[in-house]
Design a protein around this ligand. Structure first.
Ligand SMILES: Cc1ncc(COP(=O)(O)O)c(C=O)c1O
Length: 397
């Protein structure tokens, strides 16, 4: 099996096509799928050397597989990371990045506006294992500063946030981390490293739900954890090796192929979303529209400094609350109702009754997840068709 070693000299777009490729003796053009759980060894002593870490080679698919490794290496190149580990889902990646490095007695600070399951791990699961947590309004740098304790080990944030499209100043938060010896973990699912490079902004660990834009076609679940520090990488690998949140090689292959078109898809979906944001802003049935690069977004200056595009996600609040929001969703023809995101198909959902149903009402209000709020995943369809569909559904209100 040959390793392509020269791709670092090429641009990100080229590396998304060729990066990490390992060709077998058959010289296949498209990357091969290695659907095997174990490996054979030419001799017992070679097996012993591999287990001791004295010889290179795969041992067991739970912690290493050629197809999975191609996906990991390609994604690592895109993110500018030295280490990448694929996981079974995005939540397995979130869970791995936290449980691999935290221990009882540590303290974590997390942004309050996050995907519900991230919040659950930070706020409910970790405290059960003796890790104290503080949840802050991540938009305010002072809130992160004030939350630091002598035992604070990790800051966890998501930007832009799901579903409220709030931003967190990653560079400013990373500065606090550096001053206090804290590890900064960033969930980069909404932007992907096509639009936002968290390592350049000071993150120590970045994780993804590859299920979303990396696959981009709603086909399979996977995740990934990336870092640059050898000690952190060892802890993550040990955690994956011993507890098994690993990706299936088949799903890793789907994600590998997804990466080939990631740049094209994210750029075009982002352009579609920006046009839809212009159309939706100020519409008489819409009381609020949130899109990072729109002039009306309260954090547009920050968006311009840490993102190169607004992404494909936007939030709208339908005037008239849940009843009108449901009526609007049901009147859509092209835009499908689904709680998934990152797909080439445009999808809409009502977070208060789906993804964020578990949160109590007061907390939902604080996060801006009102009864009229809808999260829109803008797909790859013709933007004129999308505008037409949304226009006809709004006209029915
Ligand atoms: C921001 C964010 N992080 C993490 C996840 C979890 O990903 P997965 O569904 O692949 O476990 C999601 C899922 O929607 C998400 O939106």
């Amino acid at each position: 099996m040959s390793d392509i070693k020269h791709t670092k000299q090429y641009s990100a777009q080229t590396n998304l096509i060729h990066g990490g490729t390992k060709r077998s003796q058959f010289g296949e053009t498209s990357e091969a799928i290695f659907m095997n759980s174990g490996y054979t060894y030419e001799s017992a002593s070679i097996a012993a050397q591999r287990f001791a870490g004295d010889a290179e080679g795969f041992i067991y698919t739970r912690f290493g597989n050629p197809t999975t490794k191609m996906f990991e290496d390609r994604l690592a190149m895109l993110d500018g990371a030295a280490y990448c580990y694929a996981t079974a889902t995005g939540m397995a990646a979130a869970n791995t990045s936290l449980f691999a490095i935290l221990k009882a007695g540590d303290h974590i600070v997390a942004g309050r506006a996050m995907f519900g399951s991230n919040l659950y791990i930070a706020d409910e699961l970790l405290p059960r294992f003796g890790v104290a947590s503080t949840i802050v309004d991540g938009r305010y740098i002072q809130a992160w500063k004030d939350a630091v304790r002598p035992n604070t080990k990790v800051f966890l944030l998501e930007s832009p946030t799901n579903p409220g499209i709030e931003l967190v100043d990653i560079k400013a938060v990373s500065q606090i981390c550096k001053e206090n010896g804290i590890i900064l973990i960033v969930d980069n699912v909404f932007a992907t490293s096509i639009l936002q490079q968290p390592f350049e902004l000071g993150a120590d660990i970045v994780f993804y739900s590859a299920t979303k834009l990396i696959d981009g076609q709603g086909r399979a679940m996977a995740g990934a954890v990336l870092c640059n520090d050898e000690e952190i990488a060892d802890q993550i690998l040990t955690y994956i090796r011993q507890t098994g949140p690993s990706a299936s090689p088949f799903n890793a292959w789907l994600m590998l192929k997804g990466l080939e078109t990631l740049d094209l898809r994210v750029q075009q979906q982002s352009r579609n979303a920006a046009k839809l944001a212009d159309f939706l802003h100020g519409h008489k049935h819409i009381s609020k529209m949130l899109y990072p690069m729109h002039e009306s977004h309260p954090q547009i200056e920050l968006a311009k400094t840490q993102m190169s595009g607004g992404g494909n996600m936007l939030a709208i609040e339908i005037a008239g609350g849940q009843e009108q929001a449901f009526k609007f969703c049901d009147a859509l023809d092209l835009v499908l109702y689904s709680n998934n995101l990152g797909d080439t198909k445009s999808l809409i959902c009502h977070p208060a009754t789906t993804t964020h149903q578990r949160l109590d009402e007061d907390f939902r209000q604080e996060l801006g997840i009102t009864s009229g709020l809808l999260r829109l995943n803008v797909g790859l369809e013709s933007v004129d068709d999308l505008i037409g569909d949304i226009d006809q559904a709004l006209a029915r209100l």
